[in-house]
Design a protein around this ligand. Structure first.
Ligand SMILES: Nc1ncnc2c1ncn2[C@@H]1O[C@H](COP(=O)(O)OP(=O)(O)OP(=O)(O)O)[C@@H](O)[C@H]1O
Ligand SMILES: [Mg+2]
Length: 239
């Protein structure tokens, strides 16, 4: 079932240089930009790879926890952390902690999460309102950056992209002007909707369905792992 993940990663895991318990914060105070979708897919990616991963849900709506509750025990395990509660605990065995955050996060609450992060991922939708809101968010993060103990890497993900549109080009121009990595563009596709409804992820879909999405995801995972060490496999290699 997980031939694809094995194909890409089996030979490369030893190259990982990350320290124990790497915190990945998925952040954008704008609602509906894909924080939960990206969080659960990253968590699933690492789980499929055989890495101990915790999904820490900081959102009182607990959508990523709901997703995890739908997940079959036959799928690779993801540790659940109800982080919207004050007394949450991250299991010691977690190598990666994927932090899904709520819309509207700002001020002290945002600073508290920024301080935990080793990596910050900012999903942005190609829309004028989302681009403007992202500008304000990035300004706020940069104002706090000197107070962040881990000096996290920050990367932007363009989400729900349709490449031939003017607004996608506007989003790219906006990102190009920032001094922040533009990591990947993720397609606007029903694949996320189909998979998340059953507690699975893009990586647990059949190869023919997910093939077009793997380029963006390989760029995203490579960036998280500091090295461009993964290649997009061809379909015939993974059949
Ligand atoms: N790349 C994508 N292609 C198609 N649909 C997507 C994509 N990413 C997210 N969606 C859909 O967009 C909607 C909002 O996504 P999601 O819940 O992940 O956003 P969010 O930022 O977590 O929202 P909130 O701020 O409310 O927590 C969901 O219905 C999700 O399935
Ligand atoms: Mg969400």
């Amino acid at each position: 079932m997980y031939e694809l993940i094995s194909y890409i990663y089996t030979n490369h895991r030893q190259l990982m240089t990350l320290t124990n318990m790497h915190h990945i914060l998925i952040l954008n105070s704008k609602g509906g930009c894909g924080k939960t979708t990206i969080s659960v897919n990253i968590a699933s990616f690492f789980a499929c790879w055989g890495v101990q991963v915790a999904l820490a849900d900081f959102d009182k709506q607990h959508s990523s926890t709901d997703w995890l509750r739908c997940r079959s025990k036959d799928n690779p395990r993801i540790l659940s952390v109800a982080a919207w509660q004050e007394d949450y605990h991250i299991p010691d065995e977690a190598e990666y902690v994927i932090m899904d955050t709520p819309a509207g996060l700002d001020g002290e609450a945002m600073l508290a999460l920024l301080k935990k992060a080793d990596t910050i991922l900012i999903p942005i939708l190609p829309s004028p309102l989302d681009i403007r809101a992202a500008g304000r968010l990035i300004h706020d993060i940069m104002q706090q950056y000197n107070h962040l103990p881990n000096k996290p890497r920050i990367g932007i993900i363009a989400n729900r992209v349709r490449r031939q549109t003017k607004i996608y080009n506007s989003l790219k121009r906006f990102i190009d002007k920032l001094d922040i990595d533009f990591i990947a563009s993720l397609r606007d596709t029903q694949n996320y909707i189909t998979s998340t409804s059953t507690g699975t992820s893009l990586f647990e879909l059949p190869n023919w369905k997910k093939q077009k999405d793997l380029t963006g995801w390989c760029q995203l995972i490579n960036w998280i792992n500091y090295n461009e060490i993964f290649e997009v496999p061809k379909l015939e290699d993974t059949a």
